[in-house]
Ligand binder design. Structure first.
Ligand code: SF4
Ligand code: SF4
Length: 198
């Protein structure tokens, strides 16, 4: 009983303490405290009416990154080159990729089909960590419950594809750092090429 009363009092004490600092439930600073050993009091909210923001590093099922579509287009260019690395490293082997083919029969560096069985995915993030092209990322969308246990839980390419601007909106810091690395690599390649051409 004493423990319950302590949590009850701490809940209101913490709510009041954070009231003038942006609230205890909806800002990153408060989240850090809640997730540390310093977090006290009850921190539940009335889901689904209330939803807590998730931190950048939060990960749920993966999605595929594409360019933002040009005006009038539905889809942008896929970043995935169909290299298959994510499928190889996926511990429960829940990724299936069918590589595209060029008219001359040679492999096309784009997936024709891409599937992830989200019932098997264990949200480890290995696919995103190992992808050499920043083409697969871990999503923040955790509201995936459905009444269909068959096809709705196999996410196809259309379901998986999201534009770069979406990744930038859910993980701005990561997206910015990745863009810097890509730019630096591109500049280094161009410099090397220019030096070879001299
Ligand atoms: S998502 Fe990345 S690792 Fe997976 S096939 Fe595409 S490019 Fe390769
Ligand atoms: S998050 Fe892990 S389990 Fe899920 S698809 Fe990626 S590698 Fe596989």
């Amino acid at each position: 009983m004493a423990v319950t009363i302590k949590h009850f009092v701490n809940t209101y004490r913490e709510d009041l303490a954070w009231y003038f600092k942006g609230g205890r439930y909806y800002n990153d600073e408060a989240l850090k405290v809640r997730q540390s050993l310093k977090g006290t009091g009850a921190i539940t909210v009335n889901y689904p009416e209330e939803k807590l923001p998730v931190p950048e590093r939060f990960r749920f099922v993966p999605f595929l990154v594409s360019d933002d579509p040009a005006p009038g287009q539905q889809w942008g260019h896929d970043w995935c080159t169909s290299c298959g690395i994510c499928a190889k490293v996926c511990p429960p082997q829940c990724i299936w990729i069918k590589r595209g083919t060029l008219p001359n029969g040679r492999p096309k560096p784009e997936p024709e089909e891409f599937y992830i069985d989200i019932d098997i995915c264990m949200n480890c993030g290995f696919c995103a960590e190992y992808c050499p092209f920043d083409a697969i990322k871990m999503d923040h969308d955790y509201e995936l419950a459905s009444y269909d246990r068959t096809s709705a839980h196999i996410h196809d390419k259309e379901r998986l594809s999201k534009p770069l601007s979406y990744w930038q909106s859910i993980a701005p810091e990561r997206a910015r750092m990745e863009a810097e690395v890509r730019d630096a690599e591109k500049a280094a390649k161009e410099k090397k090429k220019a030096e070879r051409g001299r």
